[in-house]
Design a protein around this ligand. Sequence first.
Ligand code: HEC
Ligand code: HEC
Length: 289
Amino acid sequence: MTKLLRFAPILLAACLAAPPASAQSRADLLERGRYLGETVTFCGACHNTFDRGMQPVEGMTLAGGRVFEERGLRAVAANITQDHETGIGSWTDVQIAAAIRDGHRPDGSLIGPPMPVESYRGISDRDLAALVAWLRTVPPVRHAVTERSRYPSALTPLGPPIVSVPEPASDDPVARGRYIAVNLAHCMDCHSAQLSEGRADPNGRGARGLVLEGPWGAVQAANISSHPTEGIGRWTDEQILGAITRGVSADGRRLAAPMGGRSPIWARMEPADLWAIIAYLRSLTPQDR
Ligand code: HEC
Ligand code: HEC
């Protein structure tokens, strides 16, 4: 592993090193990164600084400090602004990319749950470069967050460093939807049967999942497989869209904060991306758990 970690930056450097040829393509890359970071992956859901009522604190975008307590384990989201001392401003592009997709810091330590590294391992080279370009534009905020994830899996490497991930097929909505729901928006981290230690079971996608605790109480991620009664198999496309973009269930009930809070952000997703997610959800094996 040590050996692999040593070579990983070189491989990642190769994928980041192909600089966009023109100013226009650089602008496109940054725009893509902003769309992903602020809307689809919505890193701020975890990395913004929140007050006690779980409202984001103004002027502290991505400055970290949100505490996660699940299954008796604890983690605190890091400051990922461009501040040089308390954020990631002094990291190189390659080091930031390695943190997101390979889950380790420049000092080699592993980044633990609930940072969705397992999902982010599938982010394409282009989207990874776009996210890094966007993170570079995040204003520095001085805010020290030093505590690290106490999940045991934070000590276990997820696998060898990722060398390269191609774009998903653009003409296949299910493949695109899987990429968005699994790898970018990390829907399936919550909406899957859970293995121990804060990891989703890839064989239990769509099943009832993570129990989230917060000011809203404890709420379990619903079954969103295509099962007709346990899941959302009988919902119309518009009802599924309503849960994602308005935070309301098929029966009109307002969904709890983990969905309700994200839905105004996801409402800004490109329509093609939303329809691709729905196509993917419809393709999930019915789960009765
Ligand atoms: C579900 C919550 C969650 C989401 C979503 C999330 N993160 Fe994280 N992230 C965390 C937590 C918690 C940590 C600290 C983990 C630890 O202590 O090992 C972390 C750590 C990091 C680190 C390491 C920073 C350091 O100084 O140690 C980086 C970089 C990072 N996240 C970037 C991102 C980016 C970029 C996104 C969006 C593409 C993102 N994260 C989305 C929860 C999240
Ligand atoms: C941080 C965890 C989390 C993430 C990420 C997440 N969800 Fe959810 N989701 C929940 C929880 C918790 C509920 C149940 C809320 C409630 O019952 O009030 C829920 C409910 C839903 C429902 C309504 C199901 C029902 O029976 O009412 C749908 C549909 C849904 N989510 C789809 C998605 C999609 C699609 C994504 C990704 C774009 C996503 N969720 C991402 C936690 C999450």
